[in-house]
Design a binder for this molecule. Structure first.
Ligand SMILES: Nc1ncnc2c1ncn2[C@@H]1O[C@H](COP(=O)(O)OP(=O)(O)OP(=O)(O)O)[C@@H](O)[C@H]1O
Ligand SMILES: [Mg+2]
Length: 352
């Protein structure tokens, strides 16, 4: 189980505000709250019917633009995903503005499923979603607790409920991200403890929907099967978001981003080789989209380092230290005659 907070980096509250996100004047309260709760000092009453509310002002308060801009800048492609997130953000902003006029603003259902191949950005987007929902005042804390079946399901009678409840407790106020959620359910085994965990999750997804967002993630076809067998779960998921595989162009752009992030350079001739590498790698087993790109660059850094330090009595420039040469990729086993089983970067642990 991993927990990723949001402290630091992202400005979540107005300077000077000291209260909790939900209670502070800057970060508006959950929309279900009255406007008196949201803006105790400034507007205890709902706005008058003919008042004008500055949309930009509300956007600024929520930091929604900062999250969306970062999503655009840091994540290549994913157009359908970004579009859905913008729509959700717009809906939540409108709800928030309705609240200011005293209109009913029922908290919309926010549990989601993210489906797609490995390395398509599901975990990364879930983190952004937690930030976004926190910025909009829908989540108190906006952290993300990432779990798999083993974190939720016990081995013995009586172990599962406390395990699941402990995870839920940690996730309250944030996002509970359940990776490969279909492992919770074993169709041919009615006595599996996973069913017990699902029962508890279903209850809490309903009763604590104001304080917890659950995101289920995994392969699309397996997730579809899971939802078919668990209609209760399916009906609680408001947003099904599918993450497409990346094209070679997108993978190359991701490589550029990752290189820049680490202050490395990919000159044109290297990029050509990298594209060739990617095309081959995509056809091999255990290809994991953007994660394979990240791993390929890690490997290239190793080869570059080896290249630079193995020659004795030489000196290096700043540019040489930054530049990944074609050879740094060409030496990969992906280019070997008999092809490669993808082991080279397929199973690397997530070091990113
Ligand atoms: N669109 C993208 N642009 C740039 N980097 C990306 C993009 N998508 C993913 N990455 C990077 O690729 C790596 C893997 O992404 P992430 O862990 O979010 O994928 P995932 O879908 O959760 O994978 P898995 O299904 O294996 O858990 C991360 O380092 C992430 O930063
Ligand atoms: Mg993931």
């Amino acid at each position: 189980m991993t927990e990723t907070g949001n402290a630091g980096g992202f400005a979540l509250r107005r300077p000077g505000s000291t209260g909790t996100a939900a209670g502070s004047p800057g970060a508006a309260a959950v929309p279900a709250a009255t406007s008196a709760d949201a803006e105790p000092a400034e507007s205890p009453e709902p706005l008058s019917d003919d008042a004008l509310l500055e949309v930009d002002e509300v956007r600024r308060e929520s930091d929604v633009d900062a999250v969306l801009e970062r999503l655009d800048r840091e994540l290549v492609g994913l157009v359908p995903v970004k579009t859905r997130i913008r729509e959700i953000a717009a809906l939540l902003l409108v709800d928030r503005m309705r609240g200011r006029f005293g209109l009913s603003a029922t908290r919309p259902a926010l549990h989601m499923s993210f489906t797609g191949s490995p390395g398509t950005g599901k975990t990364t987007v879930a983190l952004r979603m937690a930030e976004l929902l926190h910025g909009l005042g829908y989540l108190r804390r906006g952290h993300l607790v990432s779990v798999t079946r083993d974190d939720l399901v016990g081995q013995y009678v009586g172990h599962t409920a406390p395990k699941t409840k402990e995870v839920l407790k940690r996730a309250m106020g944030g996002v509970l991200f359940i990776d490969e959620a279909y492992y919770l359910y074993k169709e041919d085994n009615e006595r599996d403890y996973g069913a017990e965990s699902i029962e508890i999750l279903l209850q809490v997804m309903e009763s604590e929907r104001d304080d917890l967002v659950v995101i289920l993630a995994g392969y699309k076809d397996r997730m579809d099967d899971f939802f078919r067998s668990n209609p209760g779960m399916s009906s609680r998921i408001a947003h099904h978001i599918d993450f497409p595989d990346y094209s070679v162009d997108e993978l190359a752009a991701i490589a550029g981003l990752i290189a820049t992030e680490h202050e490395y350079l990919l000159p044109e001739n290297t990029e050509e080789v990298l594209r060739d590498y990617l095309q081959r790698r995509m056809r091999q087993p255990r290809f994991a989209n953007a994660r394979s790109v990240r791993n390929a660059i890690e490997r290239a850094r190793l080869r570059q380092a080896n290249r630079l330090v193995s020659a004795q009595g030489t000196s290096v420039t700043k540019e040489q230290l930054q530049t990944l040469e074609p050879a740094d990729f060409l030496l990969s086993r992906v280019f070997a005659e008999d092809g490669d089983d993808g082991e080279e970067d397929g199973d690397a642990s997530p070091t990113e």
